[in-house]
Design a binder for this molecule. Structure first.
Ligand code: KMH
Ligand code: ZN
Length: 283
């Protein structure tokens, strides 16, 4: 069974790769917008930021120069654990998804299998998953295993069995629930995944769209952690668009306090995830 922590790790995923800035002006895409979002979300209780990059035209990018700028700017202004997305957009090449790891983040997402992604396919071949995993360990980056389906838990376990423990020595996963093509955002699906995790692992859960609140509640009740953000949902409640990422973090922090497991600080998050305090650009 997964390990239960005293506090709740709150991750914010503020941007993603799928939403157009022109459709959602509140989406943070510039470096300034990402920095002010990071500061507001840290103040609201987030400990980790999951970063997707946008270029000057607000299009998704994995440009390494942009990645380094964003990492430096967020590090300068917050203590957040900085997790770069190695998933990028469904159109990104494997080479670009590997190269972005050179930006010296604390952590990086690592999706453990291919999944239908609406009308698209988010491709994650076994050999590529292995390459990403080994590249992260070589660069002292702590992976967060992104699991969109029960079979992805099997693939993560296969990866750990074959290649050993990740950098930092701790396994932390994020159950991404409610993607059209992945597992549903239900308590039953969450429990099925959690039951299959390796001994000592911790998990967060992310509910996409209308699954956001039910998944938060299910995760808290199962001893898990929470990811929220405009990458995953653009509606705060039925018919009410999200104002900004901070209000999603505030609601998650409130629920975590109600559950008796208040938000972890970034320092506590580093200790839990096995991230050295001097990792990445801070060293
Ligand atoms: N944008 C999705 C295709 C990740 O960040 O690692 C992939 C994704 C997962 O968001
Ligand atoms: Zn992402």
């Amino acid at each position: 069974m997964a390990r239960v922590a005293a506090g709740t790790l709150l991750t914010v995923a503020p941007t993603g790769a799928e939403t157009a800035k022109s459709d959602v002006p509140a989406l943070p895409v510039t470096i300034d917008e990402l920095v002010s979002t990071a500061k507001a979300c840290e103040a609201a209780g987030a400990a980790v930021i999951h970063v997707h990059l946008r270029d000057d035209d607000a299009q998704p990018t994995l440009d390494l120069g942009r990645a380094r700028e964003v990492v430096a700017a967020i590090r300068e202004t917050t203590d957040l654990v900085l997790q770069i997305s190695s998933g990028g957009a469904v159109t990104d090449s494997e080479d670009d998804r590997l190269a972005v790891l050179e930006c010296a983040p604390d952590g990086a997402s690592l999706t453990c299998g291919t999944v239908n992604f609406g009308a698209d396919v988010f491709m994650n071949r076994w050999e590529f998953i292995e390459r990403l995993y080994l590249a992260m360990r070589e660069r002292q980056i702590v992976p967060e295993f992104e699991l969109f389906d029960l079979g992805h838990v099997t693939t993560m376990r296969r990866l750990l069995d074959k290649h050993g423990e990740p950098f930092g020595g701790h396994v932390h996963c994020d159950l991404v629930m409610g993607v059209p093509g992945g597992m549903p955002g239900t308590t039953a699906a969450l429990v099925a995944c959690v039951s299959a995790l390796p001994e000592g692992a911790t998990f967060s859960a992310t509910g996409v769209g209308r699954a956001t609140v039910p998944v938060m509640l299910a995760s808290l009740s199962a001893g898990g952690h929470i990811r929220v953000g405009m990458e995953d949902t653009l509606t705060f409640s039925p018919g009410r668009p999200v104002r900004d990422n901070a209000e999603l973090v505030e609601r998650a922090a409130d629920l975590a306090r109600v559950a008796g497991r208040p938000p972890l600080s970034p320092a506590d998050a580093r200790a839990m995830l096995g991230i050295p305090t001097t990792s990445g650009a801070q060293s």
